[in-house]
Write a protein that binds this ligand. Sequence first.
Ligand code: ZN
Length: 249
Amino acid sequence: MASSFRPMNRRTMLRGTLAAGAGVAFGQLLFSGTAQAYSWSRTLNQGDSGADVTELQIRVAGWAADSASHSRVSIDGDFGPGTAAAVRRFQAAYGLSADGSVGPNTQAKLNSLEQSDGSTLHFNWSEFVNQSDGTFNGGKLSASQVKENVRRCMYKLEALRKKLGDKPITVNSGFRSIAHNAEIGGASDSMHLYGTAADLDVSGVANKTVYQKAETCGFSGLETYNTDHQHVDSRADLGRDWWWEDGTV
Ligand code: ZN
């Protein structure tokens, strides 16, 4: 749908945003934060619960399955078997001891995937903002809720990128305001309106391959791979039914 929209780099987008008079809101949203790497205060194991478990679940959610499966890591703050399995997959993928216990080494690796502005190592907020005004405003949720959904999407995309052999992923369209989505003919209840969707291009990799890898990353929405981009979303996190348009492939 949005493949004709080229991702803008931060400078280009800032120019456009300032020209549109939205620079203040944009700056407040994206650049005023002083987020640091997450401060883990204990080793986390199965059976633990709390806000730190929730954060862990967000960060390993892309490691939901070994093979195509309608399984996702529940972001509920309870460290159960599904979270433990995702942790073990994460650890194995990054050369750590795959014991399912989240101690200093695993915490350091998790933090290495975080940028100081709260985005992730290989993805920037600027890739996900509404392309007509450079903000997370005007969607179906508050800007802060949208931004949090985008952050969760980024961590899943880090897993997808890793599974694709560290191939760079280009995000053509992330969050869309209701107005912008209507302008470009998007579905009226598109997951892009919630910040939980992304349209992807991976240079040199077939969309079908991206789709197949995404089937293991906890993505509950996958549009057909027979287009010029690959759409992924996490609609089940919003209480929606799973939807893989091409089924399990
Ligand atoms: Zn899409």
